[in-house]
Design a protein around this ligand. Sequence first.
Ligand code: SF4
Length: 110
Amino acid sequence: MPNVFFYADIHRCVGCHACEVACQQEHGGDARKRIKVEESEALDSRGRVRVNFIPLILEDCFIESYAKDGEDSPACMAVCPTRALQFNDLGGFSRVLSDNKNVSLLRVIR
Ligand code: SF4
């Protein structure tokens, strides 16, 4: 099976935290051990503060099972209103990277 890349488009993420809530509802327990949306502030070219939201996949996440078994999208991906969370193969992921520098690789799934 070719590698599958799970990534977040930082430009699309609006920090709604729906992915965290969906993970909690789907799997119970402490969702913050599986997915967490962090915030970081930076100044733009005009000196204005800009907030970026960065989804992070943590060690307890078992997203590999979704990608390998061809199951439905994981809860976090299914509820994301902006489609910030995505799977792609190497070719597709390379194209995304070449077009968009605001991408965070969350996990490589073999
Ligand atoms: S990844 Fe999607 S669901 Fe999660 S905080 Fe960002 S926009 Fe909301």
